[in-house]
Design a protein around this ligand. Sequence first.
Ligand code: M6R
Length: 659
Amino acid sequence: MCGIIAVSKRTAALADVLDILRGALESLEYRGYDSAGVAVVIPPEAVTGKAPAGKASAGKAPDGQEVSDDKIWIAKSAAGTGSLNELAKKCEQFVLSVGNAPTDIVAGIGHTRWATHGRPIEANAHPLMSCNGEVAIVHNGIIENYFELGAQLQKDGHELTSETDSEVIAHLIESELAKDGSADVGDNGERLHKAVLKTVAALKGSFALAIVWSKAEGTVVAARRISPLIVGITSDLILVASDIPALLGYTRELFALEDDQVVQLRPGFLKLTDIKGAEIEPTPMNVDWDVQAAQRQGWDDFMCKEIHEQPSAVRDTLMGRLLPNGTLTLDETRFSDDELRSIEKVFIVGCGSSFHAGMVAKYVIEHWVRLTTEVDIASELRYRDPIMDSRTLVVGVSQSGETIDTLRALREAKRQKAKVLVVTNVVDSSMAREADGVLYTRAGPEIGVASTKTHLAQITALEILALYLAELRGTLYRQEISQLLKALAKLPLKLEQTLAHEAEVSLVADQFGQANTFFFIGRHVGYPVALEGALKLKEIAYLQAQGYAAGELKHGPIALIEPGVVVVGVATRTLLWEKLMANIAEVRARGASVVLVANQGDTETAERADAVLWVPTTHPLLAPILDIVPLQMLAYFLAIKHGNNVDKPRNLAKTVTVE
Ligand code: M6R
């Protein structure tokens, strides 16, 4: 998804601010993007060299750089994943040509664009300018009424030059500034704030916005509806970004904008208002991630690092909940025990890997807690008219806490008076703030687009929740619970043992490196593991991979099984192992190659496979936490063998903030 950064810095040269913008855009890269751009308001005292070529009102120099008469410099690149490199070169040339004297204050904005409305070309890359070249904006989200707004703006004489839904915002702000009677007198930061208030009131849809105006030197105004936006503050620097990792290197003094809030910022000045202009006090965020956690630290890529961080992700998620005396505590969810006892039905909702974690939870909650549990894809649940009430617990599962489909589904649940609990990795994320209760996974920042450590942490947190409910509602004996807690506590060590098989998994990837059709099958809790294994292979290796409930194969998909197809079975020892083996026999009989996830030393399973992915034994309902790991590694090695960038797979975004 698009990434936004805005900066205002005191006693800075242009190069300082451009460096901060570039660095922040690099840390937003993982969200997925196809073009990028920056804009800075040029303070006159910064210009010591000759003025840049192509100076014209929002005009374009031959090299694609734009400079308005009113001193906003813009550079863009639509070179796909090479955009940020190209942009860095343009910034260097610009600084060389205009000079780099220190000035009192410099403000700028930057953007990585993940195309929705309009092709990934420079004209559609952000920042986008108003006609007079005085206002530049960056936007994440979708303006649903852009067509009507654009038509009216054109009638009023504005010239729209991009194919985006976002450009109207710059023109609307320009119009509002023009209507303002106090033109060119008074506090221009305040004038911009008011113009943005009027503009966002006219917008339908979702937005995270950052705006600079050439006449409001050093001021950034930002606004939010649905799409996330975080503000970071130091004594001489303010930053606004789409997510926390972009800010971690500068400050932990952060707060998140809420829906329909607008903020006006300069170092030493902050004014936060609601959409009507009433002032609000920001609520600080509590972020305990450190900068290193969001860096590669010598690993080849983030995905590999994060796969190897899984033992600590699970350990940290258990920490403080699994007490040394073998009992469980879960005070932090904000629900009273009576409230949790009153629940009659559970819905679990999420997208992608988070949905798969929710599927595992359905099996465990139904089995251990004996509560009817539905699990649904968020974008489906939201619009299928589900029936909920105050005795329904809706559990939203989301690594980012910002996925728009899940956020909307949870809002629908709240509208129906259900109790909403969120399992998320991001403290004070939108879902965490809006939910009635939160259960944080403690996996640390996940930068690789493919979820790995956060997925395992989600399953761990959901298993803890299920055991807590079982204890509270008396559906499991104390002794059963304590055995399960002991088994949970052993998982970090068993994950380390699983990761020790990495080299063998790489050989299996070599063995099937030429295959291009994969089926992942499993039964019971092995079924969501199969779906997750297939999703990993699709998203980073770009291979045809289908995930199926093994028993369902013979109801249609088996027609696709033929020599050359690889069937990956989740064959650790569960109640349904024999039945799964029957399904494996069916695909072998039709010529498929078979790879099985099996418990260490289980020769009976190994005999039925062309290759084996070993995992330690654990309680069958905890097994997904181990079984998914070799499938993550298999997808990883196949992706690397195909020469893919595993951290930034094509077409994908880390956090999906559009429906
Ligand atoms: O942030 P969320 O957990 O809400 O994200 C949900 C999905 O977009 C996410 O799990 C996606 O499927 C991952 N790329 C899978 O690896």
